[in-house]
Design a protein around this ligand. Structure first.
Ligand code: GCU
Length: 617
């Protein structure tokens, strides 16, 4: 290991340990304060894996909402958090009672959704919106009730029946709260304060090239579980021995001696393992499944049993590794014919959050000839990942460590690591997810290297069955010679970078470009492309015309054929998407126009160029 990597690692351990200590002190005091304030056990608990395989009741539907620009419902006029805020959902008890809000007389919007596309007054809105939902439930004695959110952007405070249930930051990963002590038999209500204001210390930070859709953007579910339940599990094919499966399970409590049964009827697998003192267990299973691949996305019905209760799943088995500059799927080299996608509905903007949304966009990707999608720049909704798995489409999944993050802020690091943990926890058993990406276009520095180095190490510690990568940037380009030089190469399995030759630089120079990527690892060009307004036609030298974009793709694909070790590409981007950074009238109108498909579903000329190129791959 060369001196530079050792130095980077020493620096990273030093910076990391300081951050960690500071953060732990911060966290402890916050939790103490919270518990002291409410006296009830209300907390975010480790993520429940495989929510589709659980006993749930949906709280999706119409929710009342109150737009609260100055957080009148949370702080008093001295900016102190109030005890009788909107979360109490109070009603006047006597004619002289002064209550200046009323959820039941307030507007409603569907959950899941985003307020920006649901209420025209809120198109640009960033701030607090309160949501309230009445629900009925009849918790059985001795059972636990969890409240699960697929995602809330960005910060969520949650109350059940006026009592604090928990708090979460991060807009793209699920979280669940134990509300057993808060729900009652019969009528209940839940209130969520959602705030999507941007701050330097957040993840993502203050600026990003996508719409900051606010709201309860994914499913809300009540989950009924036993006091001791299967929190999560992993069932993976061995990376080289395709007759061996590795199973590990984690219960929600350090319960020893618990029998966990794994059955895969189609593979005649029926084995039981007993948990240790920490409530976890591992076992290897001999089985020779038909391997999952884009050509045959085979999924097996799997059941995980504990104390007479069963969690069901559909799992595929595949191996993903690298050999020199090759990516190997099931031991065979594969070229990843990809496209980048944002988690936005196929038509007209707004957050995507259903299988129907996924089917349309994946249909376009398959028409391009894709076997791979980069879900940028944050974990997409679970329907998208699972639909891609059913359709045989491989996935790159990423956390929003995007551009210039607050590298030395311990809370920022913990937030990023928590999002990484939950991204892995949610999709750990999805065969099509092959790459965890920890960052996009981040500026070089020791602090950045320390931050990202620790994230990469953390991801590898959580899941050693997949590849780690990140979207780097070309570091030097002179005389048409492009070179990649990034310390993070030591931490990733696949070296990926974004380049915009023909758009942000060197228009018409792609044919003269040469590349130097001095790492014996597979290369993915994770972004390239340019903008075009669908239907705008003209000379190929005229920006924003379909001909300009078409020509850019012709030149870029020819250039990429010369990149040694190229194992895949994910051009930017499948569809025009909303961005507050794109303000050019009559062309952008708050859309990034680098899509190959327009926001109303028109395929641009460049779509055909990429399709033809992939046919040749
Ligand atoms: C960047 C970035 C994208 C952005 C794109 C663009 O590379 O990663 O998020 O949308 O460029 O400029 O269009």
């Amino acid at each position: 290991m060369d001196s530079c990597v050792i130095l980077t690692k020493i620096r990273f351990y030093f910076v990391y340990l300081t951050m960690k200590t500071n953060y732990l002190i911060l966290k402890a005091s916050a939790l103490l304060l919270l518990a002291a304030a409410t006296g009830l056990r209300a907390e975010e608990i480790p993520l429940l894996g495989n929510i589709p395989g659980r006993h749930t009741v949906s709280l999706n539907g119409e929710w009342n909402y109150i737009v609260d620009v100055q957080e009148e419902g949370y702080y008093d006029y001295r900016m102190n958090p109030m005890r009788d805020g909107f979360f109490l959902n109070r009603k006047p008890q006597t004619p002289k009672d002064l209550i200046e809000y009323d959820f039941d007389k307030s507007d409603t919007m569907p959950v899941p959704s985003d307020w920006n596309t649901r209420d025209p007054r809120l198109f640009f809105y960033e701030g607090t919106v309160w949501f309230k939902k009445d629900f009925t439930c009849h918790p059985a004695a001795g059972r636990r009730t969890l409240l699960y959110f697929g995602a809330v952007n960005y910060e969520a405070h949650v109350w059940v029946n006026g009592k604090k249930a928990g708090h979460h930051v991060g807009g793209f990963t699920p979280f669940n709260l134990d509300v057993t002590d808060l729900v009652r038999d019969g009528d209940n209500f839940v209130v969520v304060k959602v705030d999507n204001k941007r701050h330097p210390e957040d993840v993502p930070t203050q600026i990003f090239d996508w719409w900051n859709y606010g709201g309860i953007t994914r499913d809300v579910l009540l989950v009924d579980v036993a006091p001791v339940y299967v929190e999560n599990y992993s069932l993976q094919l061995d990376r080289t021995d395709f007759g061996l499966l590795h199973f590990s399970v984690r219960l929600n409590a350090p319960a020893a001696g618990k029998k966990v049964r794994v059955t895969i009827p189609e593979l005649q697998v029926d084995r039981t393992v007993v948990t240790g003192a920490d409530g976890t267990a591992r076992m290897d299973l001999k089985a020779r499944p038909e391997l999952w691949s884009p050509a045959s996305p085979k999924l097996y019905a799997v059941a995980i049993g504990l104390d007479g209760e069963t969690v069901t799943d559909q799992i595929g088995f595949r191996s993903i590794t690298t050999r020199g500059k090759q990516i190997l799927l099931n031991g065979e080299p594969i070229f990843l014919k990809g496209i980048s996608i944002h988690d936005e509905k196929a038509f007209g903007g707004g957050r995507a959050n259903s299988t129907a949304d996924a089917v349309v966009r994946l249909q376009w990707a398959r028409e391009l000839g894709c076997n791979f999608v980069r879900l940028a720049h944050y974990p997409h909704n679970e329907y998208m990942v699972r639909e891609a798995e059913r359709e045989g489409i491989l996935v790159w999944s990423e956390i929003p460590v995007y551009w210039t993050i607050a590298w030395t802020n311990p809370a920022t690091y913990q937030n990023a690591q928590d999002q990484l943990r939950d991204m892995i926890e949610r999709d750990i058993n999805r065969a099509n997810v092959i790459i965890w990406s920890i960052a996009n276009e981040t500026p070089h520095s020791d602090e950045r290297d320390a931050f990202l180095g620790s994230l990469a190490t953390y991801a590898r510690g959580r899941d050693d069955s997949r590849l780690i990568s990140m979207a780097m940037e070309v570091t030097s380009a002179s005389n048409f010679h492009n070179r990649l030089n990034d310390n993070m190469n030591a931490f990733v399995d696949v070296v990926s970078f974004n380049q915009y030759i023909g758009w942000y630089r060197d228009v018409d120079d792609a044919p003269r470009m040469t590349w130097e990527i001095p790492y014996d690892k597979p290369v993915i060009v994770s972004e390239f492309g340019g903008g075009a307004r669908a239907g705008l036609h003209g000379d190929k030298g005229q920006r924003w015309t379909e001909e300009f974009q078409e020509n850019l793709y012709i030149q870029n694909t020819a250039m990429l054929d010369k990149v040694e070790g190229l194992a895949g590409t994910t051009p930017w981007i499948l569809k025009d998407f909303r961005s507050p950074r794109r303000v050019l009238p009559e062309i952008q109108d708050y859309y990034n126009r680098k899509g190959l498909v327009s926001d109303d579903g028109q395929k641009k000329k460049a779509f055909m160029v990429l399709k033809a190129w992939y046919e040749g791959k």
